[in-house]
Design a protein around this ligand. Structure first.
Ligand SMILES: [Fe+2]
Ligand SMILES: [Fe+2]
Length: 286
């Protein structure tokens, strides 16, 4: 069982760049080529929010066209850059995505389960989980307590930065729900455009890198600025392993995407450094 996570695609209408500088369509096409070349292929691709840049109808249409070129099944998650109604006009009513209301739904695989939670606060870039969404999550998790579960939501529910600013009403209550349901092995998020892992409430929060632009690392500064740069994009892979821990668990891999030199097959001679060599073996997954 292999689950891919792509996040923060920030797709714009055809021909337009994000912030006037980021060709998010080109980034997404490279990412899709990389995912489609994976061997073994993923069983599922989760797209964890900020799928569009402004939530516009034409951005959602462009996004749907691009996602349709992924060979594996794709399940979308809402992010703060998405607009629920426009998102649902394109993705609602199929694959379990609700047509109206919060975009909360599940993907039941064997033995793994994915629970998708809508953490969007309308009109804000910050996250929010109210009683309705938390109750839905609690009841949904209670229905299959033995299924190893990935919880996917856009906003990381724990502060990953040193500065005091962390505005996510409901995050603490979410922690109490997670602590109750030990089958939640991973909480996977986007939003930060950087790779982060934080142990939290008996689970592990993983933030995936963006498909496109990344945030310049500033997490340990008391007063960070919002800086993006064109560092290496990538995606995450979660490989289900029944042999790990008491009841199985996931191994997470970060897979960079770009035009890299190689791959090379290496011959390493312990006692003869000058005899060590590397031979180009042709194209691997980019
Ligand atoms: Fe984003
Ligand atoms: Fe975001």
């Amino acid at each position: 069982m292999l689950i891919a996570q792509i996040t923060d695609l920030h797709v714009r209408p055809k021909g337009k760049l994000a912030y006037g500088i980021v060709d998010t369509e080109a980034h997404l096409r490279r990412m899709i080529a990389s995912i489609n070349s994976l061997d073994p292929a993923p069983d599922l691709v989760l797209a964890t929010g900020d799928l569009t840049d402004f939530g516009l109808p034409e951005e959602n249409a462009h996004l749907a066209e691009l996602l349709a070129t992924i060979n594996a099944p794709v399940r979308p998650v809402m992010g703060n850059h998405d607009i629920r109604e426009n998102f649902q006009a394109v993705f609602g009513g199929r694959d379990g995505v609700p047509k109206t209301g919060f975009v909360n739904y599940t993907v039941d695989l064997d033995p793994v389960r994915v629970v998708i939670l809508d953490s969007v606060r309308v009109g804000s870039h910050e996250g929010l989980l109210d009683a309705e969404r938390l109750t839905w999550l609690d009841q949904t998790l209670a229905a299959r307590p033995a299924a190893p579960t990935i919880l996917a939501l856009h906003h990381p529910p724990v502060s990953t930065r040193l500065n005091a600013h962390f505005d996510f009403p409901g995050a603490e209550e979410l922690g109490a729900v997670i602590a109750k349901h030990s089958q939640v092995r991973r909480v996977i998020c986007g939003h930060n455009h950087e790779v982060v892992h934080v142990p939290w409430q008996g689970s592990l929060v993983t933030v995936a890198p963006s498909v496109a632009h990344q945030h310049k690392f500033d997490a340990l500064k008391p007063d960070p600025r919002f800086l993006i740069y064109m560092s290496t994009p990538g995606f995450m892979l979660y490989h289900w392993r029944r042999d790990l821990g008491a009841a199985g668990d996931f191994v997470a891999f970060w897979v960079p995407v770009g035009a890299f030199d190689g791959p090379y097959e290496v011959t390493w001679a312990r006692d003869a450094p000058d005899a060590s060599a590397a031979h180009l073996v042709g194209d691997g997954p980019g």
